[in-house]
Design a protein around this ligand. Structure first.
Ligand SMILES: [Zn+2]
Length: 106
């Protein structure tokens, strides 16, 4: 996933090298599926561009190797979906005075 502009300063200065190291260590293959860098994805057929995901702790500062994985776009998006849904729910609660529109009773 592209780094969000508001999070860019939270990544360590060495992030480009760390990201490269993770992808090289994975053999330029997604760690969660057989997709390989630059080749058509086995499911989506779109060209694979490996990215590095924070798989346990989403904090950009946490670059512990156990927290990072080389993932294809499909696996990265699927992994981030849960986090995105949680952020969207939190934003809805903030927007509507702390009440969750879908879980709080009238
Ligand atoms: Zn994958």
């Amino acid at each position: 996933m592209p780094i969000r502009p508001e999070n860019r300063a939270r990544y360590p200065a060495e992030w480009p090298l760390i990201s490269l190291w993770v992808r090289v260590s994975a053999g330029w293959t997604c760690e969660w599926c057989p997709a390989r860098q630059g080749e058509p994805h086995p499911i989506t057929r779109s060209r694979v561009v490996l990215t590095v995901a924070h798989i346990h702790d989403p904090a950009p500062e946490n670059v512990d190797p156990r927290n990072l994985a080389a993932l294809c776009q499909r696996c990265h998006l699927n992994h981030d979906r849960r986090h995105h849904l949680a952020v969207q729910a939190a934003n809805r609660r903030m927007k509507f005075g702390g009440r969750d529109l879908f879980c709080d009773a009238a």
